[in-house]
Write a protein that binds this ligand. Structure first.
Ligand code: GRF
Length: 220
């Protein structure tokens, strides 16, 4: 059986990319990590990709005159490795129609909040400022709406009274790693898909986000 071809887009440390690599190496994620793309040449995740022997590319957004030109180039670069799935793992650029429409229903994003709460940045700080008792991370299919595409899965953590954005982010990170692996796996196993802006689990429309359990599985 042919493996699911996965391209991962990063901008920074790439710890979520590492989680995908490690899961694959442990035999828990049956996928070909065919390509890593970073919009920043200095992203540490590129070193992780090299160490794992993965093909990688840098596409610096500053090198383009417009968002549209960057998007066109990114779409061509993604297409060059013919992925079944594109995972945005800490990729800090907003994608335009040239990418989203070309790879419709095949791009998933990890976002550090319990969407629909806190789209955009500074999510930890915003959750603390609001006095939230829970924070977490979400994965969703990517549409033209920033952090607004159909939700697939979430993981929740408790917010402690003395949490700072840093402590909260540090506690969430390993759970995000579990979430990105488990969710990518579901897609690659054809257990979930997206159609007409809705997520399907098998033949049924998913009514709420799948919730990651402590053991890394999903409660239905
Ligand atoms: C993660 O916290 C993710 O939720 C956010 O950016 C961070 C990326 O971390 N979007 P890494 O580059 O995978 O280490």
């Amino acid at each position: 059986m042919s493996h699911c071809r996965v391209t991962v887009l990063i901008s920074g440390s790439g710890s979520n990319l590492q989680a995908l690599i490690d899961a694959r190496d442990r035999g828990e994620f049956d996928a070909d990590l065919v390509h890593v793309i970073s919009n920043r040449a200095t992203a540490f995740g590129l070193q992780r990709a090299a160490k794992a022997g993965l093909a990688s590319s840098v596409l610096p957004h500053q090198a383009f005159n417009s968002r549209e030109e960057f998007d066109q180039a990114l779409a061509a670069l993604i297409a060059s490795h013919n992925p079944d799935l594109v995972v945005l793992a800490g990729f800090m650029r907003i994608l335009g129609p040239a990418v989203i429409e070309r790879f419709q229903n095949r791009i998933i994003n990890l976002h550090p909040s319990l969407l629909p709460l806190y789209r955009g940045t500074d999510t930890y700080q915003r959750a603390i400022a609001a006095g939230d008792r829970e924070h977490g991370a979400s994965m969703h299919f990517v549409t033209g709406e920033l952090d607004g595409g159909p939700l697939i899965s979430q993981v929740r953590i408790h917010v402690a009274a003395d949490d700072t954005a840093e402590t909260l982010a540090a506690r969430l990170a390993p759970r995000e790693h579990d979430l990105i692996v488990a969710t990518s796996k579901l897609f690659c196993q054809h257990a979930i898909h997206c159609r007409n802006n809705q997520v399907y689990s098998g033949d049924a429309v998913l009514q709420q986000a799948l919730r990651l359990q402590p053991d890394g599985s999903f409660l239905e």
